[in-house]
Design a protein around this ligand. Structure first.
Ligand code: PGA
Length: 268
C-alpha cells in the first residue's frame, strides 16, 4: 500500500539558477505553461524557480495556470540592513515556494545548517513553503559520512520547526557530486535505490522529532542531473515524491518530458 506521502501528487521543481536571461526566462515560462496546462496542479505540482529579477514577470505569465512560482533562495533574517539580500517578506504574494540550503549556497556563500534552518523559519512566517536541500559531497561520501551528514543537515532544520510547519516542508536529497556543473559533462548519479534510502532517512529523522504520521506528509524529492532519460527509476522508488531539476529544466521541451515521465512513473 502506498504511504500517504507517496500517494500525494508528485512535485517537479525547475531550478533555473543563473542559466537564463530575462527574455529566455519569459519564453521558457510561456512554453512550459502552454505544454503543461492539462497536467499541472492535477497530476503533478510543478514549480518554476527563476532568478529574482524576473519573478514579477513570470508571476504574471503563470497567473491563471496551476503552475507555481518559487524563489531560489531567501534571507534568513527579517527585513533589515542586509544589502543585496531578499527577505521572505519581500517575496510575499509573489512566490509560494523557496529553495533553501542548496549546495551551491552552502558552498559559495558559506551557508551553515543553522542559517538554512533560519531560512526555513523565515519562509514559514510568510506562508512560503521551503524546499530544503540536503546532500553529501564526494569527499564525505568517500569517507563513508553520507548518513551522518544528511542526518545532521535534516536535524538542524527539524529541531525548531513547529509540527504543522514541518508537515508542509519539502526536502530534496541532492548528492552534491551528482549535480551538473553546467560544463556539459555527464555527472554520475546514485543508484535510484540508494537515493531512496536517503529519502527514507530524511523522513525517519523528521519522524524522530514529530512522529511518523506527520513525517509521512513531508514530500521528499531527488535532485542531481535529472533528465527525461534518467528520471523514471528515481520516482518509481517508494517514498520519492518527485524531482528537483537544474540544467535540464531550462529547456522547456526537456522539462515537459521530465514532468510527463514523473506522472507516468507515479501512475504505474
Ligand atoms: P542539475 O541541478 O539538475 O543541473 O544537476 C540540480 C540542482 O542543483 O538542484
Amino acid at each position: 500500500m502506498p504511504s500517504s506521502a507517496s500517494a500525494r501528487r508528485p512535485v517537479i521543481v525547475a531550478n533555473w539558477k543563473t542559466y537564463l536571461g530575462m527574455v529566455e526566462s519569459v519564453r521558457a515560462a510561456r512554453a512550459i505553461r502552454g505544454f503543461l496546462a492539462r497536467i499541472a496542479g492535477k497530476e503533478a505540482d510543478v514549480v518554476l524557480c527563476p532568478s529574482f529579477p524576473v519573478l514579477p514577470e513570470i508571476h504574471e505569465i503563470l497567473k491563471g495556470s496551476r503552475i507555481h512560482l518559487g524563489a531560489q533562495d531567501l534571507h534568513h533574517e527579517p527585513p533589515g540592513p542586509y544589502t543585496g539580500d531578499v527577505s521572505a517578506a519581500q517575496l510575499r504574494g509573489l512566490v509560494r515556494y523557496a529553495i533553501v540550503g542548496h549546495s551551491e549556497r552552502r558552498r559559495f556563500h558559506g551557508e551553515t545548517d543553522d542559517i538554512v534552518a533560519r531560512k526555513a523559519h523565515q519562509a514559514f512566517r510568510i506562508g512560503i513553503t521551503p524546499i530544503i536541500c540536503v546532500g553529501e559531497t564526494a569527499e564525505e561520501r568517500d569517507r563513508g559520512e553520507t548518513i551522518t551528514k544528511v542526518r545532521q543537515q535534516v536535524e538542524a532544520v527539524v529541531r525548531d520547526l513547529p509540527r504543522l510547519s514541518l508537515s508542509r516542508c519539502i526536502f530534496a536529497y541532492e548528492p552534491v557530486w551528482a549535480i551538473s556543473t553546467g560544463q556539459g559533462e555527464e555527472r554520475p548519479q546514485p543508484e535510484p535505490a540508494d537515493a531512496a534510502h536517503l529519502v527514507r532517512l530524511i523522513r525517519k529523522v523528521a519522524a524522530e522529532r514529530v512522529g511518523s504520521q506527520t513525517a509521512e506528509q513531508i514530500r521528499v524529492l531527488y535532485g542531481g542531473s535529472v533528465t527525461a532519460r534518467t528520471v523514471r527509476p528515481f520516482v518509481a522508488e517508494p517514498g520519492v515524491n518527485g524531482v528537483l531539476v537544474g540544467s535540464a529544466s531550462t529547456k522547456p521541451a526537456e522539462f515537459v518530458s521530465i514532468v510527463r515521465g514523473v506522472v507516468d512513473a507515479c501512475r504505474s
